[in-house]
Design a protein around this ligand. Structure first.
Ligand code: ATP
Length: 237
């Protein structure tokens, strides 16, 4: 079943159009990735979906409901959460307070406690650092916190923008293992934007290639990894 559909989505900053007629389908329970060069429009695609940069044309359908005219907070309330590039945690608030912010729309206290326990099993370090200001965490820990804060909203669809940005290879691998686990543990659907195409095409089931704001290719990731153009342009092979 398709959970999210982009139909003919166009987006602009002022007079400059950066997304042209995007058609993307994300099925329930899958990890899809959008890969592309710097400036191709990957972050803009995510921001269009989450309502931060509303599309100029086209439709975005989430769980059979048009969301392209909704405000970002309404979209979050429907179960679609974005972890932005650069993490954007609240540095002055403690780790626990950052996590509470993610759950601010929820009234099911027991569910929130259960999700907190789950997050602590994914990232035990966040339990250890519960009372520390978010700004004291390392880059990798802040990424863990940013992902966890989004999970506290119990999203059905999680948008991840460049989770590997600025992280050491070992930490990046850890984060990617957790992304896979979030997908399998709760059947959370994941839309992953990533500069590191090698990793993204390993963790995702299907992938889309974005070039200058246009989708030029999409397929199962196994096929994309064997595609000569993809190998040359994005895998450095
Ligand atoms: P990166 O990996 O560098 O973040 P990206 O694929 O995510 O790249 P976008 O950030 O979506 O690409 O940018 C797409 C285009 O839109 C680029 O040409 C960029 O310069 C431009 N752009 C992005 N944000 C803005 C903005 N706020 N105002 C004007 N132009 C912007």
């Amino acid at each position: 079943m398709s959970m999210l559909e982009l139909r003919g989505v166009c987006a602009s900053y002022g007079n400059i159009q950066v997304l042209h007629d995007l058609a993307i389908t994300v099925n329930q329970g899958e990890i899809i990735t959008l890969i592309g060069a710097n400036g191709a429009g990957k972050s803009t695609t995510l921001m269009s979906i989450s309502g931060i940069v509303p599309p100029r044309r086209g439709e975005i359908i989430f769980k059979n409901r048009p969301i392209h005219n909704l405000a970002p907070e309404k979209i979050v309330a429907l179960g679609l959460c974005q972890v932005p590039e650069g993490r954007h945690i609240f540095p002055e608030l403690t780790v626990r307070e950052n996590l509470d912010m993610g759950a601010f729309l929820r009234r099911d206290r027991q569910g929130v406690e259960d999700d907190l326990d789950y997050i602590h099993t994914l990232f035990p370090i966040l339990r250890d650092r519960s009372n520390q200001p978010g700004g004291n965490l390392s880059g990798g820990e802040q990424q863990m916190l940013a992902i966890s804060r989004a999970l506290m909203a119990r999203p059905e669809l999680l948008l991840l923008d460049e989770p590997s940005m600025g992280l050491a290879p070992l930490v990046t691998r850890q984060i990617f293992e957790i992304i896979r686990r979030i997908n399998t543990d709760h059947n959370t659907t994941i839309f992953l934007v990533e500069q590191n195409a090698n990793l993204a095409l390993k963790v995702a089931h299907r992938g889309y290639v974005l070039e200058n704001g246009r989708i030029t290719l999409h397929d199962e990731t196994a096929a994309l990894r064997n595609n000569d153009d993809v190998r040359r342009a994005y895998l450095g092979i």
